[in-house]
Structure formats: structure tokens, C-alpha cells
Design a protein around this ligand. Sequence first.
Ligand code: SF4
Length: 362
Amino acid sequence: MGDEIKPTVQEKKKTQLKGLTLEELKNFFTSIGKPRFRGEQIFNWLYYHLATDFDEMSNVPKVLRNELRDLCELQTLDYVASEVSPITGTKKYVFETKDKLKIESVIIPEVERTTLCVSTQVGCPLDCTFCATALMGYKRNLTPGEIFDQYLLAARDYGKDQITNIVYMGMGEPLLNYNSTVKSLKILAEDLNKSIGPKKITVSTAGIAPKIRELADTNLKVKLAFSLHSCFEDVRSKIMPINNKYNLKQNIEAVKYYARRTGTRITFEYVMLNEINDRDEDITALIALCSELPSKINIIPFNSLKHMEPQGFAAGLETTPLYRIDEFVEKLKDKNINVRVRDTQGDDISAACGQLAIKYSE
Ligand code: SF4
């Protein structure tokens, strides 16, 4: 065996600044014997100016910047790769965490807005049959800093002023990583950070009923998208096994509570699966549901998972043909339901809804 080089001085673990709220940053500066207003300054540099180096923090004295460099870490993610759809302009990013796990974020340009879709977990523990992320399994929750840094890196690359909306709809179930999700939302919603307000932020959930209620009580008032995909318990359980734990009835009560408590309109996500959830009784059930609460429906043509080689039930899934999706939508519109068909943005680069899964080697 060759000589092993052992470190003589134990390296002290650095404080990760990214992910700390305004109050926590102020407390951090108190703990190192500095004035609390430094917390406010650093908050602005981290979350508003999107600084990636202490030297960018021009109103912080150089001596303190050097001290902070020794004590703290600034970044949680590294840029790995990006890919732009030549058809729609959708841009997919691959980022790497410090423990070498890869995650994806997607920028979706539309006529009236440009939305950044962020991930909240590495992989996902839920097994929705129509979702590529499910096929890659689950590794771990992301920290609040890692959620925020997806925005930071995408905004620095794409242009901060270009990104108008954020959706928590990438890899993972945000409400299964509740604390990090809420903390990152709080950072985005703090008064000091005027970049993107709560009305422009949407959290999407497959249906973790108690956490939907908890999120309603935070007073964050972000928008909620509920992945409905069927109004029938048996069908929903088949395509979304989480329905066996928190069933549709519980979830609908929870989303009604959310709508009441926050004064927001719920978005129902509905992926069109041929001969599974596109029948006449599905239309009738959707009309009945939408009459019960302020809501709108996002219809999503199913994106092929062939690149992931799914097995069993998932292998047989097909999208409803486009002409039948049109009929489905028209019947809903006839009953004054607020419904739109979401573009399959980024299908060509596997960045569309339900297609996020790392194909890059780890
Ligand atoms: S659809 Fe969402 S909740 Fe379901 S497996 Fe995929 S990432 Fe997880």
C-alpha cells in the first residue's frame, strides 16, 4: 500500500449561507459578533443580486468578505449542461449537487410569460405511471438552498428579468420535502426580494392532503396545482399509487380548504391517457368537480416515455389522440369550465411535463 496522506488539521465544516432566511442570516451575524444589518445586506446579495462570489458584495468590507469566505459556503449547485429545443426555445438545465447528484430545471418561454420549473427532490419516491422521474427512483430531498440555486443559476444564464414565473413541478413531490419547499418559498417571498411574488409561484402536488392544509396555513399564498388526472378513486389509484395513502376525497377537501384559506384558484393538472381518463364520464365528473371550487384545468397531452423503456402498465400508456383531446376540451368549455391545453413544450429534448429524468451518467 502507498503512503496515505492524512490531513493534520481537521477542516471545520463551513456554514451554508444559501437557504438561510433573513432572520437566520441576522442571527448568524450576531453569532460571529457582527452587526445584524449585515444579515440584510447578505440576504440582498444572495437572493436579489444572485451573487455567486463574495467579491461581488461591494458594500461589504473586504475584511469581512474574506472572513465569510473562510467561514461559509455560497453555492450549493454547479452547472453541468443545458439543452435548448430548436422548436419551442424550451431550455433544460442539468445541475449537480455538492454530493455529485444531478437534477434538472427547465425554462419554458411562452407568449405572455416565461416560467422556470424547479425540482425539489433528486428523483421521486412516488410511482406515477406516466412519469419519467418515477422511473429513476428516489435519492434524497433537496435543501432550500439547492431549490433556490436552480433559480439563481438559470436566472444568471437566461436573464433574471426574463423569468416571470416559477413552478415547483420538476423532479420530486414538493410536499414530501415540505420544510425545504416552504423555506425556499419564504426566501422568494421575503419583502426584500422583489424578484417574483407569490402570485407568480405555483407549487404542484400529487396529493399529500395534510401538507396541502399545512401549506394553506403558512400564509404564503402561493398558487397550488393539484395533479388530478382522474376524478375516480380506482383509476387514480392505478395511475398514481399515492392515492392509496391519501385518497381523492381527502385531497379534494384539502384543496378546497387551500382555495378558501388563500383566496386563490386551484389548477387541476390532467394528463390525457388514451381510454383511461378521457371518457364521457370523466368529462361529467370534471364538470361536477369544477363547480365546487374556483379552479381551472390544464390539459396535458401525455408525453412519451419510450426513452426510459418503461415496463408493465406504464409501457402500454398512450396519449389520447389530438382530435379527441380537442373534443374533450370543447365539451368542458361548453359547460363554462376554464380549461386550456398545455403545449407539450420541450418534448423533443425530454424536458416536457413528466419527462424529467437524468440520462447523463452520474
Ligand atoms: S408526477 Fe410528480 S409526484 Fe408523480 S412520480 Fe413524477 S415527479 Fe413524482
